[in-house]
Design a protein around this ligand. Structure first.
Ligand code: FAD
Length: 429
């Protein structure tokens, strides 16, 4: 079958590989020029943490090893206090599990190479979708040489948080849609090689109303992301600000002022939309990845979740004999609740990362959590581990966490009651 995928980002490329494996002929349209020739956009190369959900989707296509060979494992968070004190907090109870830092550009190029190499796949760069008519199947693209019109019968929108495919769906009657911008933005900064920072950790500078993180690169440099209220990005003396708020990082950032001036401020949005698909007389269209469910990056799950979408859609195509209309409806019925759950968790985690990780109480709670995991292996697993090191559906993770909490509360009550009885008996003696 001929399938049109819009957006050759992370999810569009992986989805194309999955569709080609099923024997479909895929045309992949991308608004940008070929990134393998044009290079990365400045200030948009933010690293990604890829964890089990993403790896599982890559593994199923035999791509895991290649991706991991370009990645660096991070086994925990390294917190940088304002006075320079460092505290390491492992991500897993046994301290052995890691999430993986990889350059977004490298990962995109690798997946693009893989997608373009599949039989039946055509990639058209410099094609920005501008309109889609589900009744006639007419698609219009803006290209460097003018407007181009194509026809399609199946369109999958993998065109990111500001999706043009979704824009068409949004205008249809009965569509439930919301987009929620944080009043925080982000900016990419760099720590060059030779900093001495540990390469095996995700570094965090939690400062309450702002936060910076840094992920390692194979050349020894770190890609930093500064999260800050939008209004504060207009600051005049960025060096003075860093010298007082992030003093240890400031000492490692010789190019801070130049990076700060050159790199754009990105916006952070959560998009909730339903339905994710439409079936008109002329075509069936559906959304995947950020186009369906853009989330804020604080759980490191946006791309992981989008990769998991590809696995789920592949399963739905199996279940429906490649009937795309039925598969997209099934996909949404299985996936939407999970996308909504990770969207909420990602928003909650912002508060945890910028604020709570710095508190002694939070660190003590994490130690108790890891101790429970060691005492009750497989029966008590932290939310972070279930989200990052398993493929348990996100909504199921939340049910499991609620159940575990009830068990621990009941256990604590039993212990407290036992202790009270023992105390009473002792007093009677
Ligand atoms: P995108 O990557 O946005 O790709 C969409 C593609 O569609 C692009 O190539 C774009 O050019 C193209 N396109 C757009 N409009 C059109 C059009 N009209 N016509 C044709 N082509 C079009 N996720 C993680 O899993 N781990 C992380 O650690 C992580 N960190 C993040 C940090 C930051 C600061 C941010 C902002 C996000 C982070 N994410 C992370 C989320 C992750 O980047 C996204 O979830 C992921 O990129 C979504 O992939 P996608 O392919 O759906 O969309």
């Amino acid at each position: 079958m001929e399938v049109t995928v819009v957006g050759a980002g992370l999810v569009g490329c992986l989805l194309t590989c999955y569709l080609a494996r099923r024997g479909h002929e895929v045309t992949l349209y991308e608004r940008r020029p070929d990134p393998r020739e044009a290079g990365a956009e400045r200030g948009r190369s933010i690293n990604l943490a890829i964890s089990e959900r993403g790896l599982d989707a890559l593994r199923r296509l035999g791509l895991e090893e290649r991706v991991l060979s370009a990645a660096l494992p991070m086994s925990g968070r390294m917190m940088h206090a304002q006075d320079g004190e460092l505290t390491f907090q492992p991500y897993s109870a046994d301290g052995r599990r890691s999430i993986n830092s990889i350059s977004r550009g490298d990962l995109n190029r690798l997946l693009l190479d893989e997608a373009a190499a599949q039989p039946g796949v055509t990639v058209r760069f410099g094609h920005r979708l501008t309109s889609m008519d589900e009744q006639t199947g007419r698609l219009e693209f803006d290209t460097p040489s003018g407007s181009v019109v194509e026809k399609a019968s199946v369109v999958l929108g993998a065109d990111g948080a500001f999706s043009a495919v979704r824009a068409r769906l949004r205008n249809l009657p009965g569509v439930d849609y919301s987009q929620e911008y944080l009043d925080y933005g982000y900016k990419e900064l760099t720590i060059p090689p030779g900093s001495g920072l540990s390469q095996g950790a995700l570094h965090i500078w939690p400062r309450g109303s702002s936060m910076m993180i840094a992920l390692p690169n194979p050349d020894g440099s770190f890609t930093c992301t500064l999260f800050w209220p939008l209004a504060d990005f207009g600051i005049h003396d960025i060096s003075g600000h860093f010298a007082s708020v992030y003093p240890d990082a400031f000492a490692l950032m010789p190019d801070l002022s130049a990076d700060y001036a050159a790199n754009p401020v990105g916006r952070l949005v959560t998009v909730r939309c339903s339905p994710w698909h439409v079936a008109g007389a002329g075509l069936v269209a559906g959304l995947v990845g950020d186009a369906a469910h853009a989330i804020v990056p604080f759980y490191g799950q946006g791309a992981n979740c989008g990769f998991e979408d590809c696995v789920e859609l592949d399963r739905c195509l199996d279940a429906t004999g490649d009937d795309f209309g039925a598969a997209l409806a099934l996909f949404e019925s299985r996936r939407k609740v999970n996308a909504d759950t990770i969207a909420s968790l990602a928003l909650d985690n912002f508060v945890e990362m910028r604020d709570k990780v710095a508190s002694r109480m939070f660190l003590a709670q994490k130690r108790v959590e890891h101790a429970l995991e060691r005492v009750l292996p497989g029966r008590y697993v932290s939310r972070y581990e279930l989200v990052s090191f398993s493929t348990v559906p996100y909504a199921e993770v939340e049910r499991r966490i609620a159940h575990q909490r009830r068990l621990v509360a009941a256990g604590a009550l039993t212990l407290a009651a036992g202790a009270a009885v023992a105390l009473r008996l002792l007093r009677r003696r």
